[in-house]
Write a new protein. Sequence first.
Length: 256
Amino acid sequence: MPVQKFLDSKRKAKETFRRADAVCFDVDSTLIKEEGIDRLAEFCGAGEEVAKLTVKAMGGSVTFREALKMRLDLINPTEKQVFQFRMQHSPDKLLTQYVEGLVDLLRSNGKEVYLVSGGFRQLIEPFAEYLGIPEENLFCNRLLFNSKGKYSGFDESEPTSESGGKTRVVQELKKKHNVVVMIGDGATDMEASPPADTFIGFGGNVVREKVKHGAPWFVHSFKELLDVLHEGERITHFNGYAPVNQLQTQPVLELV
């Protein structure tokens, strides 16, 4: 991409992010530092087998839903194991650096925050609760168990259980929000823009080259997003949306 086109694309993505009234985060390797299904597989003693299957799935020989089913059949988690896994994985230790402050700032500015993930609700709920994100703002898969607590599948009615699911979720969100931004580390996140008004590629935990080169704006830390929001607040303040006496007490160098 020519340098000027790249800079224009990045500038527009930043402006869109500032204007957004809804921001969607991927969860695994974005909101949190790891891949939830891989950690669950390790916890249940199926880490190596699932890792091999993941490599096979990335070759494109099976669909997302087929790969998901095969991995979960290998893991075969019980309801008790999922509960124990949750208890041993504290949200405050697994959240990506700066994401808590970013979510707080977005919500304090009146923006809706959504979690859109191919991961599982039972594993994601503790992070959403910790960050103050309401349950209705979670779009993710759901593990199913029978009356004895044995694994019995996953909810195939969830859009995120199949290829293109994140795109469909964002399409629905666009019906009630003017500007929607998608943030994530993976190709499925990038494919959700459009309909998302822009996409921010995240490489703070893992860098995926396709995303790095395809995202209009690629960041390695959520601090970069915080800085852009704070910059926008200073510009708004400088343009006269704050009391005059406050403006007069601010040194000009701090406002530009």
